[in-house]
Design a protein around this ligand. Structure first.
Ligand code: B1M
Length: 210
């Protein structure tokens, strides 16, 4: 198999040990960093995302593929600096106050990053001001995660804080997490309800032209 398909397959199959060697080999063969990023790493994650939607792979495999892609990116990043490698948009994501669950939120963060968005992962148990500060700093989108029915109301408080700060119209607001529903998102005035990471990517690509 030639290098680009092998590298893409490494991401799809989550071959953590092989990906850096294959990336370096491709560079040594004269392939461009940007080509490897677009045609092998990102394409590999697109396949993973599709397989996930179809129920062909599960969370551990997706996390492994995202990690594999990150390892490949570690080699490419220094070579991409200085090239026109603009992220499509910046997305700040975090788990709301009182909630310590972060597996799903991290998965969304890794998947978004792997398809070309700049992601600021704010962590867990966040006060509303953590989100407000990000919007003040200019992020285009925020994503809030809640896994507990008791912490879902925090999402509304964050939206209220943004409104009070006069920032609501400056940002697209995404909400997600197992107990969250479209109905709840509408009720609190969020822009998007994301059922999972693949859905968030689709919604972001809809906003920022893929
Ligand atoms: Co907790 N826990 N937990 N827990 N926990 C749940 C959520 C629960 C449903 C278990 C149960 O009772 N059946 C229940 C909540 C009940 C409810 O309120 N409806 C629960 C409880 C009660 C608790 C504690 C209160 C238990 C206790 O101490 N008595 C406690 C609360 C701590 C706190 O947060 N303050 C607690 C603690 C924990 C652990 C720390 C032990 C651990 C978290 C570890 C960690 O995250 N680092 C934990 C875990 C692992 C779970 C379960 C088992 C798994 C959650 C998970 O990671 N799922 C969970 C039961 C379950 O869901 N089966 C449970 C996998 C993950 C990939 O899915 O997070 O849904 P998920 O993310 C998805 C989507 O929801 C979406 O995309 C993701 C990827 O597809 N998504 C977003 C999520 N966030 C998004 C943000 C977006 C977009 C999409 O923004 C754009």
């Amino acid at each position: 198999m030639s290098t680009i398909p092998s590298l893409m397959e490494a991401v799809v199959k989550g071959k953590l040990k092989d990906v850096q060697g294959l990336t370096q080999k491709a560079l040594d063969e004269g392939l461009a960093a940007r080509q490897l990023l677009d045609e092998a790493l990102v394409k590999g994650m697109d396949v993973v995302s599709e397989n996930w939607k179809l129920g062909k792979v599960f969370v551990p495999e997706v996390l492994r593929s995202a990690k594999t892609m990150q390892l490949g990116m570690d080699i490419l990043k220094p070579l991409l600096t200085g090239m026109s490698f603009e992220p499509k948009a910046t997305f700040a994501i975090g788990t709301v106050k009182g909630d310590l669950h972060d597996i799903g939120k991290n998965l969304v963060a890794m998947m978004l990053e792997s398809v070309g968005y700049k992601v600021i992962n704010l962590g867990i148990d966040l006060e509303p001001k953590a989100f407000v500060e990000q919007v003040q700093a200019g992020v285009q989108c925020i994503g809030m995660s809640a896994l507990l029915t008791t912490t879902m109301p925090q999402m509304k408080l964050i939206i209220d804080s943004l409104e009070e700060a006069g920032l609501r119209e400056k940002v697209k607001i995404f909400v997600g997490g197992a107990p969250v529903t479209q109905e709840f998102a509408d009720e609190i005035g969020a822009d998007f309800y994301s059922i999972d990471a693949a859905h968030t990517i689709e919604q972001m690509n809809g906003l920022f032209n893929g």
